[in-house]
Design a protein around this ligand. Sequence first.
Ligand code: ZN
Ligand code: ZN
Length: 398
Amino acid sequence: MPNLPEAWTPAARELLPAMRTWRKSFHEEPELSTQERLTQAKVVRALADLGIPSRTFEGFTGVIGMIAEDRPGPVVALRADMDALPVTEETGLPFHSRFPGRMHACGHDVHLASLLGAAGILSRRPRALGGPVKLLFQPAEEEGNEGGALPLIERGALERPHVAFVVGQHVDPSVPLGRVGWRAGPFMAAADAFRIVVRGRGGHAATPHQGPDAIVIASEVVTGLQALVSRVRNPFDPVVVSVGSIHGGTRHNILPDEVVLEGTVRTMRAETRTMIEAALRRRVRAIAASLGARVRIEYRYGYPSLVNDPAATRTVVDALRVEFGRTNVVETEHGLMGAEDFSRYLERVPGTFLRLGVGKAGHPASLHSSTFAPDERALVIGAATLAAAAVGLQRAAG
Ligand SMILES: [Zn+2]
Ligand SMILES: [Zn+2]
């Protein structure tokens, strides 16, 4: 096997017209989590056009493609997510969404086209590969609870053949176009949800002494939860506790029987996650008990935190520096409190999740906004990133 690094960017540039066409088609027909049927059919057709075999599944919209299955060496899996969001598009793009109220506002159309592009350039040069490359097209990343990664894993995404490394990427408007962001270790948060029902005794607002007042107790709970962040966790370990909704009562002079609070907890480490849950339950029960109210707490785990394997990240960063030059491969300043179910793969297999720069001066449109319109030149970087990362990992391990 030659030791010289391949340059993947020229090949990716050649494939840009095809990537554009795929991306436009995904963008025009965005589908919500678990409903990605058209998207699935388009992925299967594009892979077939590239001469790449793929597998689909009964009642599930994921696709698994396979390049150089018989090639000896470690298997690298590359993943793209497929789903769009319930957002009404306002980009004014000529290929804007044809489906009212749905939009690829998180850039998953770019992820899909980039992965197809990487598949195209890798499959044309199988001799450059140090092993097979598996292509994971995953539905339902935005779903937020079970997500699409777990069902894809259950269907063999990481087995037969066993996957040694996994790489994924997400477009990022805070990283300039032409650059790739990386970070070793904890990178994105675990996202858990809670629901707290405070039960007091309703009555006339002029006679509050007759029973526990659910509104006053719920207010103490909201304030008390912030002390979990300021006084329970280590200040060097980020935690967010946010109450996003609070409901109780009907009018100004009636005390309600109950108040319902809903919120989210974001943590970066598994130990912190369980510690904050226990502390939250303890704190809420103590506040309620001290004021004579009953309380019910539901706490639901969402995606776990995303932790990039340091060694695999280092190998990928080295390969990307050769591909794009040192200044275009940037360590991100800090982690992100958003969540991403790519973490499910990284819980099982070492690998790394990268940020694909789509930022430009004067266009701060953020992910999930109705005006989010990433520059299509990012497709070239996205495809070359995945190809260089896969081959870099195989070479380092081979
Ligand atoms: Zn999103
Ligand atoms: Zn996304």
